[in-house]
Design a protein around this ligand. Structure first.
Ligand code: AMP
Ligand code: MN
Ligand code: MN
Length: 324
């Protein structure tokens, strides 16, 4: 941990000790890093006898339902006083969805994240773009507070890190990431259970959706760009949910000549969520920021309020310059 990070964690801890009601919120369409981070930090702060509220923003994807205490992430109506609001893995206030309004109610906002595009919307901003995941930062935070990492906490941190590193494969995986993972394994987590739940648990509906998406795969710019889409009609045909599109984007990037993978997800007729991944040299967060989104160099996203065909044209137009 760098000295600056350590000081920021100490500062956050000081405020936590002085407070009672702490909210930790998930981001919209929460992923493994987000859910694992919320649960682990929530369990840790409960050990300090704080009232911890884990706020649900969107539905928890079924992949993560195996996590300990996942049911604690729920809607909490009428929380009277919020001493501290902790945002995890959320690059800006919009990512908090319906819970964004609570920011104004909170006496203090702590913002812990690893997105390069983070807008520093907290009073205390602990942002480390070199961390593989927010889970990695939560590990450091819990350690710096001297709270013991038990098996449940370790399971959630391991899930967070594994999710955001593509199971310790992506370039954001550092020596430190592996050191943390080793420590979590020593705590006695059930690695096999976690891995099966995260990576070997695909439903038939999800499999059918994958086949359909691949059947309509489009390749552009000498096969350097792969594009797939998930429409509402496809979901209906496969009896699948949007969360079942998980995994498609990384498959696209895995195709040999592909540098940029694009997945268009039609949430509504005029609400298209775009996911992008790159392999070696394209900064996809830059492309997504043109459309008001963001993320990381190799993994980013944005939402375009147009039809899916229009969204596709807009995106392809934007990236064609890069492949001239
Ligand atoms: P996804 O494709 O949804 O897995 O997102 C990839 C990365 O981009 C994640 O790190 C997200 O936090 C980030 N991201 C996705 N959508 C947005 C958005 N609309 N605004 C900012 N960041 C985003
Ligand atoms: Mn996330
Ligand atoms: Mn993350």
């Amino acid at each position: 941990m760098t000295p600056t990070l350590e000081m920021q964690f100490k500062n956050a801890y000081r405020h936590i000790l002085d407070s009672q009601n702490i909210c930790i919120a998930s981001h919209v369409q929460p992923d493994g890093d987000n859910i694992g981070s919320i649960l682990s930090l929530g369990m840790a702060l409960k050990k300090l006898n704080k009232n911890v509220y884990l706020l649900k923003t969107d539905e928890i994807p079924s992949d993560y339902k195996f996590l300990p205490n996942v049911n604690l992430i729920k809607d909490h109506d009428n929380i009277d006083e919020i001493d501290i609001f902790i945002a995890l893995d959320s690059s800006d206030e919009e990512r908090l969805g319906k819970n964004k309004d609570l920011l104004t109610k909170a006496k203090l906002i702590i913002n812990i994240d690893h997105h390069i595009s983070n807008t520093n919307f907290g009073h205390i901003n602990i942002i480390d773009k070199d961390a593989s995941s927010t889970g990695e930062l939560v590990y450091d935070f819990i350690k710096s507070m001297n709270i013991s990492i038990d098996k449940d906490i370790a399971t959630c941190i391991y899930t967070a890190i594994s999710s955001d590193t593509g199971s310790f494969m992506y370039d954001n995986t550092s020596a430190k990431t592996h050191e943390i993972a080793a420590d979590l394994i020593k705590v006695g987590i059930d690695k096999e259970k976690i891995n099966i739940n995260l990576y070997q648990n695909k439903s038939l509906e999800r499999t059918r959706l994958f086949i359909k998406a691949m059947d309509n795969l489009e390749l552009y710019f000498e096969n350097k760009v792969a594009l797939a889409q998930i429409t509402q009609e496809m979901l209906e045909d496969c009896n699948a949910k949007m969360e079942d599109s998980e995994g498609i984007i990384s498959f696209l990037r895995g195709i040999s000549p592909v540098e940029v993978a694009i997945l268009l997800k039609e949430f509504k007729d005029d609400e298209i969520k775009v996911s992008m991944r790159s392999k070696r040299y394209i900064d996809v967060s830059k492309i997504c920021s043109v459309f008001g989104g963001g993320g990381h160099i190799r993994a980013a996203g944005c939402t375009i309020n147009e039809s899916i065909d229009k969204a596709k044209t807009l995106i392809l137009n934007e990236i064609k310059e890069l492949f001239r």
